[in-house]
Write a protein that binds this ligand. Structure first.
Ligand SMILES: [Zn+2]
Length: 286
């Protein structure tokens, strides 16, 4: 895989230094790659699955977002298509789901298929078959429908908190379970809670993961094989204007999201993950 392979595939080879994303020329449609991050699709707390007040998006909003992408000529790609010899060009988007909520199969899959979209489902393997989550048969069906099934860890513990042996086990075991369920290779990892850095990247790559995704908001300009793919969290109540600004990385919205992300990371680092969660719970409620 070459640096900036997915940028080159769109036919806009440019002279920026690989990995630095300093391409500042105009008409940069090909030089960014929006990777959307969804969780559950729920109308409200009574919906099937695990409703989450920040991350549960309604089916109506999700449909409208997919329709917006379609109308503007975006086509969705799986991660294994990013670095291939994809000569079709055009505007690409990667759609991802974290955790493995049952709504991924019951609600999101039909809406994606109606529009000819594909997505990557990052499933926490110990959650399979538990209350509100995908069953093993659902995971198999997602894969059979042409969707990607990838790892989101075994237990959803934050990888940066784990001792080396536990980290290896978390990444290896989850992949093994998912590969057994789907009969296909699992080669991507989305960090649980978005937490992790260089140590986690090196271990994951040593274990054979090719694509690593975090939760830092960004347009992925200058992404290369040894860096994380940034993702754009789609949250409940996000209006179309905000969604559009994020996907196109324009306006003040994305910069604000980025500042918020980094501002929240600072206390995380200083306090450690557990104390940070306690503080956050006190500040924002359960
Ligand atoms: Zn998660």
């Amino acid at each position: 895989m070459t640096d900036n392979a997915f940028l080159d595939a769109g036919g806009e080879r440019h002279g920026a230094q690989p990995g630095h994303g300093h391409d500042r020329r105009s008409g940069m449609a090909q030089t960014s790659l929006p990777v959307l991050m969804y969780h559950g699709i729920h109308a409200d707390a009574s919906s099937r699955g695990r409703y989450e007040p920040v991350y549960s998006v309604t089916a109506q909003a999700f449909s409208a977002q997919l329709d917006w992408l379609l109308a503007r000529g975006y086509r969705s790609v799986r991660l294994d298509e990013l670095c291939g010899d994809d000569a079709r060009g055009g505007k690409r988007v990667v759609i991802t789901f974290d955790d493995g909520d049952v709504s991924n199969f019951e609600v999101a899959l039909p809406l994606l298929r109606e529009r000819g979209f594909v997505a990557e489902f990052f499933v926490t393997s110990d959650f399979i078959g538990t209350d509100g989550m995908l069953t093993s048969a659902d995971v198999r069906a997602l894969s059979a429908a042409g969707m990607g099934v990838q790892s989101h860890g075994r237990t959803h513990r934050y990888l940066e908190d784990l001792a080396p042996g536990d980290l290896d086990e978390e990444l290896s075991f989850s992949r093994q379970v998912l590969e057994q369920a789907t009969g296909k290779a699992v080669d991507a990892l989305a960090l649980p809670g978005g937490r992790g850095g260089e140590r986690e990247r090196l271990v994951a790559q040593r274990l054979g993961y090719r694509y690593l995704l975090n939760s830092e908001p960004g347009p992925n300009r200058g992404w290369h094989a040894d860096s994380y793919l940034q993702r754009l969290a789609v949250t409940r109540g996000m209006g179309m204007k905000e969604f559009a600004g994020m996907v196109t990385w324009s306006g003040i919205g994305p910069r604000m999201a980025r500042m918020r992300y980094h501002a929240l990371r600072l206390p995380k680092r200083m306090l450690g993950n557990r104390r940070y969660e306690q503080l956050r719970a006190r500040m924002f409620g359960p």
